[in-house]
Ligand binder design. Structure first.
Ligand code: TTP
Length: 355
């Protein structure tokens, strides 16, 4: 079996961060989202992985290399335009050959990995095994209708009247029969070759398509709040590791990771929290569910339920920052001189919420 990981796309919903960075490389608990997927695939025993890349290919290739650091072999496949998930499979057909494969969306996170899913696909003789998850708002997803034995009877994209609450999660297993279906597809109203249409074509032409209902958490990190939620659930599973230094007036409570060379001065940290390497936190409170990347400096602020990326500097006496996603090399400060006005230099599509 091979794997296909999708790390192309535009990431429009995560602008402005995705103007300068691949969405799949934004870290959750200080580790790029894409790494979790590759590790899950490797843990399921699949070592030959194709990675779909688009405009951000250089950054993705620099981050993943040849895959040896993950114990896998990577082949990069360039998709010049993000014309849909089925188009990505079509672009990779030479790499995939006649082998079955697991397809994994590079911005998705899934608890408990994919070992059981791969085992189930190998045991069943089916042309597709689709991961489903019960959701509260099936109208926003691709939704599956199932027979009592778990066979998929049909799929609908964002139905007004869903036939179930079971949404398609971004993990799929396919036999090579999927390629014939993709060959016949026409672009959808949004102009993409849809993987749901390809799976529906398998069902319509009598190919066996089964489902696997996922019980753990699953997160699609498409938007800011999804990223913060992913950060929250991943931080819930971290273990304490204190490599940095704390002065006698600093406190660390709960599960906290602090990287080498980081320094805490008169600072309290209430876990779960991760702090990268070479950070300096002075007179600061870091609250639960916060990830701070390397090289960040924070003075006199309170930060909770947030992600702060590399080399940013926050010097904000008395300010409390919550539910925030702050990019790399950002400056947040409080003006010393009057008038006490906001002075902003924000990139396109920035989002600021003032109290
Ligand atoms: P999406 O989240 O559907 O698309 P996107 O990344 O372009 O984001 P946005 O909607 O905010 O513009 O894509 C899911 C994953 O699949 C993501 O990791 C990008 C990847 N992808 C491709 O590699 N090729 C494609 O043609 C598409 C549509 C997505």
């Amino acid at each position: 079996m091979k794997a296909l990981v999708l790390a192309g796309g535009k990431g429009t919903r995560l602008r402005p961060l995705t103007y300068t960075r691949a969405k799949q490389l934004i870290p959750v608990a200080n580790k790029p989202i894409l790494f979790y997927g590759l590790e899950a695939i490797r843990d399921a025993g699949v070592e030959e992985i194709g990675v779909i890349v688009g405009d951000t290919r250089e950054e993705v290739m620099a981050a993943l290399g040849d895959g040896s650091r993950f114990g896998v072999r990577l082949t990069y496949i360039h998709q010049p335009d993000p014309l849909g998930l089925a188009h990505a499979v079509w672009t990779a057909r030479e790499f995939l050959g006649d082998e079955p494969f697991i397809m994994f969306l590079g911005d998705n996170l899934i608890q408990h990995g994919v070992i059981r899913l791969v085992e189930e696909f190998n045991a069943l003789s089916v042309d597709a095994l689709i991961l489903l998850k019960a959701v509260e708002n099936p109208q926003s997803f691709g939704v599956a209708e199932l027979a009592a034995d778990g066979r998929i009877l049909g799929l609908e994209e964002k139905p007004k009247q869903p036939k179930s609450n079971l949404a398609l999660v971004g993990v799929y297993l396919f036999s090579p029969a999927i390629h014939e279906m993709i060959r016949t597809l026409k672009p959808s109203p949004r102009g993409e070759l849809e993987i749901t249409d390809a799976i529906q074509a398998l069902v319509t032409t009598g190919h066996p398509v089964h489902s696997h209902i996922h019980e753990g958490w699953w997160l699609d990190t498409g938007k800011k709040d999804d990223m913060l939620e992913a950060n929250r659930v991943v931080l819930d599973e971290i273990q304490t590791e204190l490599l940095g230094s704390l002065d006698s007036e600093s406190r660390v409570v709960g599960r906290v990771k602090i990287g080498a060379g980081s320094e805490l001065v008169r600072t309290s940290v209430r876990g779960p929290v991760v702090i990268g390497e070479g950070c300096r936190l002075v007179d600061t409170f870091v609250g639960p569910y916060t990830s701070i990347s390397s090289g960040v400096q924070i003075t006199s602020a309170e930060v909770e339920h947030s992600i702060i990326l590399d080399d940013s500097r926050i010097d904000a006496p008395g300010q409390r920052i919550e539910d925030s996603l702050i990019g790399r090399n950002v400056r947040v400060s409080r003006a010393a001189a009057r008038p006490a006005a906001l002075r902003l230099l924000l990139g396109d599509d920035s989002d600021v919420c003032l109290t």
